[in-house]
Design a protein around this ligand. Structure first.
Ligand code: PFF
Length: 447
């Protein structure tokens, strides 16, 4: 049980769960993956998957966590004793471990950029020069590993202190601030000369570019941005008082997420086209493009610094959830154990992430399946582990939880129309498993 770790309010929970969801996925990963996958069609498929798979799965994870009131592994044991389903939670811990190992690398990129922006090294450069500076920063082995280390230390410090104290307070200010800054950025980006091409790229679907790989990546992206498939949301919802409505929380998290993905797209793509940058640049896209957009604003560097601080915060609130799920299983509510294990696991993740941190420099030639270590970790998590985790959760819920009990759980705190509940149940029971399997097998070209 998590007696000592309840959120102080519904808002606290929403902010923390939304904090886990909104992060590098929407702001950094979405633009570059959409850029590599043709833009509009990818965006549309991503939205569809978010609504028919991501949202129902988020609710499924919430129901598991709040029914069982326990961590990611014990929740499955409580609901289905004497079965092997708890392994879904263990798989989530492994996924989280790998995820944080490369997520922290990108977190480190933000920290290094922040350092450069504050020390004036980024002032007055051309868009090509920004790309060069960024390229040389992330290829420097010392800088990238040290920055990744700092990011992990920040994550550990918050998780070691326990759930609500650290995360809740700061989220209340930082998230709204991030939204506002993004809106300013979008206004600047869409009014650049030549912005229309970028807007069209994002909003006009061109299905001729869609392959089974595009569809898999859009599905992986929708799980990634909602933190679904890892049992992170199982863990978080176990801290939520019984009186709060799960569907309402899930809807607002999904709505915020889609909004921020749209804002990120509208901030990046118009600028990519206006400045003639490379839309398929990959993971470096955001970092190459954004400084140029900011440099077009009055007080641009100040805005850029503010943006980096908020972006770092958004990345951290996601990173907390990844470490939290592992630590909460091991420490089982004991605060001393929590402190100790936050440091041990955090440090292990740092070590495991070093090869990813070196993937843009020393180890750039080390590839497997044509991917660097960093790309491989990202691909394995987004397009293999998250979909399998999501598939297993979709299989678990209707098999191991009573339909009537699920209805009761989802109905708490607000009136949930029976029809909506039935739709959710249908999506989880039939649509999710079949669709996830189909999309995954389709890529393997089994038929
Ligand atoms: N949703 C986070 C993001 O978009 O940055 C990433 C994430 C966090 C994925 C936690 C999965 C997870 F369990």
């Amino acid at each position: 049980m998590n007696e000592n770790e309840q959120w102080s309010s519904r808002l606290g929970f929403i902010l923390a769960a939304a904090g886990s969801a909104i992060g590098l996925g929407a702001i950094w990963k979405f633009p570059y993956t959409a850029g590599q996958n043709g833009g509009g069609a990818f965006f549309l498929i991503f939205i569809l998957f978010t609504l028919i798979l991501g949202l129902p799965l988020l609710l499924a994870e919430f129901s598991i966590g709040r029914t069982a009131q326990s961590n990611a592994v014990d929740s499955y044991k409580t609901i289905s004793p004497e079965s092997k389903w708890y392994r879904v939670g263990i798989m989530g811990m492994i996924t989280s471990f790998i995820l944080l190992s490369f997520y922290s690398v990108v977190g480190g990129w933000i920290i290094s950029y922040l350092y450069k922006a504050v020390t004036g090294e980024l002032t007055g450069l051309s868009s090509d020069e920004y790309a060069q500076v960024f390229g040389s920063t992330i290829s420097n082995p010392f800088v990238s590993v040290f920055a990744q280390f700092l990011f992990i230390i920040l994550t550990i410090l918050v998780v070691a202190r326990g759930v609500e104290k650290g995360i809740e307070q700061a989220s209340k200010i930082m998230m709204p601030a991030l939204f506002i800054l993004f809106i300013i950025l979008v206004i600047r980006a869409v009014t650049l000369d030549g912005a229309v091409e970028g807007i069209t790229f994002l909003l006009q679907p061109d299905f001729s570019k869609v392959t089974s790989q595009t569809i898999l990546e859009a599905m992986g992206q929708s799980f990634f941005t909602l933190s679904v498939g890892v049992s992170v949301m199982v863990t978080y919802s176990s801290y939520l008082p019984k009186s709060q409505s799960l569907p309402r929380s899930a809807f607002s998290i999904v709505a915020m997420n889609i909004f921020i993905v749209l804002l990120a797209g509208l901030a990046i793509f118009p600028a990519v086209f206006a400045f003639d940058l490379e839309v398929g640049a990959g993971p470096v896209l955001l970092f190459n493009v954004l400084p140029t957009v900011f440099s077009q604003l009055p007080f641009g560097m100040l805005f850029f610094i503010a943006f980096l601080v908020l972006f770092l915060f958004a990345a951290l609130t996601s990173a907390f959830s990844m470490l939290e799920i592992i630590v909460s299983v091991i420490s089982k509510g004991n605060l001393d154990l929590r402190k100790k294990w936050a440091w041990i696991i955090g440090f292990a993740i740092f070590i495991a992430g070093i090869p990813s941190a070196l993937s843009y420099g020393l180890l750039s030639d080390v590839t497997l399946f044509d991917k660097t270590i960093f790309d491989l970790a990202d691909y394995a998590v987004s397009n293999v582990l998250l979909p399998i985790g999501a598939l297993l959760i979709a299989l678990f819920v209707p098999r191991k939880m009573k339909k009537s009990a699920l209805y009761e759980e989802l109905k708490r705190g607000s009136s949930l129309k029976k029809g909506l509940f039935e739709t959710w149940y249908f999506l989880i029971r039939f649509v999710a498993p079949l669709l996830i399997l189909f999309v995954m097998l389709d890529v393997l070209e089994i038929w």
